[in-house]
Ligand binder design. Structure first.
Ligand code: C5P
Length: 231
């Protein structure tokens, strides 16, 4: 069995879930009787026993999470307080990771609770084979156009991929990217930060169409349906 002691997993869950609506951020809602965030964390605990997991939460949600854990007898991973953007949240987590103790860092959206062991291991396997930055990708099925002001220009969809998480990195690479391209924390994923390093190849592995990010009302129903399909 592989040793996972040198893997750190950052689960970002400090968003307010504004697009989802409601009083409670979406990551704390139940999905088939289990809190979304607990599902996400447990997927990594199962796939990578022994890995170091960091959970990034908003300072507004710390008390709520603590109570939720004690009510449900759930053991929380180490907590890091997030920032105003996803990028700022990741940066805070990375500053708690020592590259000398950690070979690989996986970064995952807390709002993707259907991530499965096979996908996690596909990413880790490519890192173990020497890739420095790995992203799960899917082909587009719809057509795609680029916006130029008010006009739309057709693009060839086979030139593009949809990008999911978990994204995996050599720890020096991703810490370097976040330390040096700090002015640009608006990126919506981490490979976009890593790709700022000249000559760095970002490698794609097959994503999973069930690995949706709970974003809009209705996504939980869809996730419940996908869970049913996987039983
Ligand atoms: O907003 P979006 O759905 O793209 O966020 C993706 C992930 O990043 C979510 O799991 C969210 O909780 C997290 N996030 C964060 N800190 C922020 C904004 C988003 O950890 N400031």
């Amino acid at each position: 069995m592989e040793n996972n002691n040198k893997i750190s997993v950052v689960v970002v869950a400090a968003g307010s879930g504004r697009r989802y609506g409601g009083n409670l951020p979406k990551q704390f809602l139940p999905l088939d009787n289990k809190i979304i965030l607990c599902r996400t964390i447990d997927a990594f605990r199962e796939a990578l026993p022994g890995a170091n997991i960091l959970l990034v939460l908003s300072s507004n949600d710390l008390d709520f999470w603590e109570k939720l854990c004690s009510d449900n007898n759930y053991i929380s991973p180490q907590i890091v307080v997030g920032g105003d953007t996803r990028g700022a949240s990741v940066r805070n987590a990375l500053s708690n990771i020592d590259s000398n103790q950690t070979e690989y860092i996986l970064i995952h959206d807390g709002a993707r609770p259907l991530v499965n062991k096979e996908l996690i291991l596909r990413v880790v396997d490519r890192l173990r084979k020497g890739a420095k930055a790995v992203v799960p990708v899917l082909d587009l099925t719809d057509s795609i156009m680029e916006k130029f002001g008010t006009a739309l220009l057709p693009r060839n969809r086979s030139d593009y991929k949809l990008v999911q998480t978990p994204q995996g990195f050599n720890s020096f690479i991703i810490k370097f990217a976040y330390a040096n391209f700090i002015g640009n924390l608006t990126a919506t994923d981490d490979a976009t930060m890593a790709a700022k390093i000249p000559n760095l190849d970002v490698i794609g592995v097959e994503g999973d169409k069930h690995n949706i990010k709970i974003t809009h009302p209705g996504d939980i129903k869809l996730a419940e349906f996908y869970l049913e399909c996987s039983h």
